[in-house]
Write a protein that binds this ligand. Structure first.
Ligand code: ATP
Ligand code: LTN
Length: 340
């Protein structure tokens, strides 16, 4: 018999998360956070936004920095426009159900599936001295995050699509083995900016853990610093703002400009016809500054009000754990655990 999975809610559900593994980049904003805000404004979904602190310790974290990055991220979520009154913004470690479901899913995930994950391969290469079991089983925890909330949609950057595919496979596997339990979620990636590239090597994704700080723009970079980084961005010798072979650097700046101004690539090519990279970079820098400034102002205000932030994460955890625990008890019952 098919059960009503989403119970009494009509609205479709969203779940997404970002790790507090460092300061957020423009890539995180364009690929993920900005879309959280747009989707919330559409008002068609019931959403759950999570700061994935449990995931972040798959890479070594300094405790003091982890605490700061976690609070910073909460403030940045709100500064970017998410309204915690509408939808909860919670810390993953505050809801034990994530780990409890993750164990059940881990026992239904094959080693071969986890070995194929590109993020695992990338991160193992980057952290040769700490290839821990958590880094390997990371996707089963991510699947638990999503499936606990019966999410229909998961807004993420392109790099997370493979994890989403695995989540769908795990949900189907569980549903077939036991009975209909989980919604099958879909990834939602933006049309422009699903992968913002490094400003220094446009074949690599812009990443907050890149050792070269000129390769990324942080949401909290002082504006003059962000402007300088754009001016230094790698381009090519053609001095022509258009799409084309070998023009990865220019196309990346076009994506950034497009994301910041909502102009299409055709419009951008037209706007800069006959102009050089100096003019183009100045325009990109101005658009980025225009995007960052209000976020930074709101962030600074929020950081002065720690009591408010505490209230947000506590209330959010209460709201989210109600939903999460409902799914978890269903799963525990189906697996055959005796009710406590
Ligand atoms: P790290 O550099 O530590 O691996 P990260 O910058 O990739 O981390 P995550 O916390 O893994 O950050 O990602 C948060 C969200 O931002 C995810 O949805 C991810 O897909 C998205 N994202 C990350 N980098 C980019 C990028 N360069 N372009 C577009 N989206 C991105
Ligand atoms: N793996 C993601 C962060 C993350 C996430 C999630 C995203 C953890 N759990 C659930 C969406 C849904 C990342 O590294 N970007």
């Amino acid at each position: 018999m098919t059960e009503n999975i989403n119970n009494n809610t009509e609205k479709k559900r969203i779940l997404s998360g970002i790790q507090p593994s460092g300061a957020l980049t423009l890539g995180n904003y364009v690929g993920a956070l900005r879309n959280f805000v747009e989707l919330q404004e559409e008002g068609l979904y019931e959403s759950f936004y999570m700061i994935a602190d449990l995931h972040s310790i798959t890479v070594r974290q300094e405790p003091k920095n982890l605490r700061k990055n976690t609070m910073d991220l909460l403030a940045l979520f709100i500064a970017c426009g998410l309204d915690p009154k509408k939808d909860p913004i919670f810390f993953q470690s505050h809801i034990p159900a994530h780990l409890q479901l993750s164990w059940v899913l881990t026992c239904n995930t094959y080693m071969g599936e986890l070995s194929r994950m590109t993020q695992f391969k990338d991160k193992s290469r980057k952290h040769e001295n700490n290839i821990n079991a958590g880094l390997f089983t990371y996707p089963s925890l991510m699947a638990a995050d999503i499936l606990l909330y019966q999410a229909d949609l998961v807004p993420v950057g392109e790099d997370q699509r493979q994890h989403l595919e695995l989540t769908r496979d795990l949900a189907n596997r569980f549903n077939n083995l036991y009975s209909e339990t989980f919604k099958i979620p879909e990834a939602y990636t933006p049309k422009v900016g699903a992968r913002i590239m490094s400003l220094q090597d446009p074949t690599q994704k812009m990443s907050k853990s890149d050792p070269n700080e000129n390769s990324y723009i942080l949401l909290l970079d002082p504006i003059d610093k962000a402007v300088k980084k754009i001016k230094r961005a790698v381009t090519d010798s053609e001095a022509c703002v258009k799409r084309g072979e070998g023009k990865d650097g220019v196309m990346n700046l076009m994506s950034i400009y497009s994301a910041a101004t909502n102009k299409s690539f055709d419009e951008i090519e037209l706007e800069f016809e006959g102009k050089g990279y100096g003019d183009f970079k100045a325009a990109v820098a101005e658009a980025v500054a225009y995007t960052l400034k209000p976020i930074q102002e709101r962030y600074n205000d929020l950081m002065k009000n720690k009591d408010y932030l505490e209230e947000v994460y506590k209330e959010s955890a209460a709201r989210a754990s109600y939903v999460a625990n409902k799914t978890l008890s269903k799963v525990y019952r189906k697996v055959g655990f005796v009710q406590p």
